[in-house]
Ligand binder design. Structure first.
Ligand SMILES: C[S@@+](CC[C@H](N)C(=O)[O-])C[C@H]1O[C@@H](n2cnc3c(N)ncnc32)[C@H](O)[C@@H]1O
Length: 287
């Protein structure tokens, strides 16, 4: 393991030199992560996906190809860049952890489905595809909130096969709601929920098969969870719906956004960031 870390350190230094030659003045860091028990090489720690997308192409392209190379060469290297979700979730180690979770808890959540493999309805909603939130990341994001969860409804917008719902069920939320466009995912999510061999602290669960753009926000404090489900304009529509309902009744509301590619939608609707990392962002609705 030490040899791998040393090798990766050398690659990080090489990458930094190569990017510096192209005018990149930030830092390249090698971070040993416990979440995936792997490594992430990333630029300018903490600036988040937006900063990466603003990078000049001359810097971003070599960065991406270096990361692909490292991904092929070392099993456990994960990377932050524009195809971040795809890179994390197609990483062999992460796929293995997903399958292990399924075996252990008797459910079916793992694997990746690309947009063209989803049902035809998804073509009109800018769906990104399907993969499930890694357990360790989910727990870490919720830990940041430091709230009395028993007051909150947890809503997973684009719940897929329900992995985030299973994990939220281990927390004493007042209620859990899963919304997905796909009837097939909805069926699997319900089945997973009844089979799950993990802990269950919230018994009020609702599965709704619909386009999330039609969804109306529940009464009471809520945490909305998004795992990069769709593109910017759909994200905007949904966030504006939430904000409109808050204008009528200003409930305490948070958005937890994993692989937060379209944060502008939240900012424009008056949400403010309480935490932003290269993996996720947490926003709170302005009172
Ligand atoms: C990346 S998966 C996230 C799965 C789940 N949230 C999790 O963390 O395990 C994104 C999901 O969003 C769903 N989706 C995409 N567009 C949608 C829409 N307009 N309305 C509802 N669900 C949608 C897809 O069907 C897919 O299951």
């Amino acid at each position: 393991m030490i040899r791998l870390t040393v090798a990766l350190d050398k690659w990080a230094a090489k990458l930094a030199r190569s990017l510096a030659a192209r005018g990149f003045s930030g830092t390249v860091s090698l971070i040993k992560r416990t979440i995936h028990q792997g490594w992430i090489l990333y630029l300018n720690e903490g600036l988040g996906a937006d900063a990466l997308s603003e990078m000049p192409t001359a810097v971003r392209l070599p960065y991406s190809s270096w990361i692909s190379y490292l991904n092929d060469r070392f099993d456990k290297v994960l990377a932050a860049d524009l195809q971040f979700a795809e890179q994390i979730h197609s990483n062999r180690w992460v796929l293995y952890l997903g399958r292990r979770f399924d075996r252990r808890f008797g459910v079916n959540t793992s694997g990746i489905l690309y947009r063209h493999q989803l049902e035809p309805a998804h073509r009109f909603t800018q769906s990104t595809g399907y993969s499930a939130t890694p357990k360790a990341i989910f727990c870490r994001m919720l830990r940041q909130l430091k709230l009395d969860f028993s007051r909150f409804t947890f809503v997973d917008i684009g719940c897929g096969k329900g992995k985030a719902l299973l994990l939220a069920g281990e927390v004493p939320f007042k209620q859990i709601v899963g919304i997905d466009l796909s009837p097939e995912f909805m069926r699997i999510a319900e089945e997973n929920f009844s089979r799950y061999r993990g802990m269950r602290r919230c018994s009020s669960v609702q599965f709704i098969c619909m386009d999330a753009r039609e969804f109306s926000a529940p009464d009471g404090p809520a945490i909305y969870y998004f795992f990069d489900p769709f593109g910017e304009s759909v994200m905007k529509e949904i966030v504006q719906n939430i904000q409109r309902s808050l204008a009528r009744a200003p409930w305490e509301t948070y958005v937890v956004y994993y692989i937060a590619n379209h944060q502008q939608a939240l900012i424009e609707s008056g949400f403010y960031p309480i935490q932003r990392t290269h993996l996720y962002a947490i926003y709170k609705a302005t009172p």
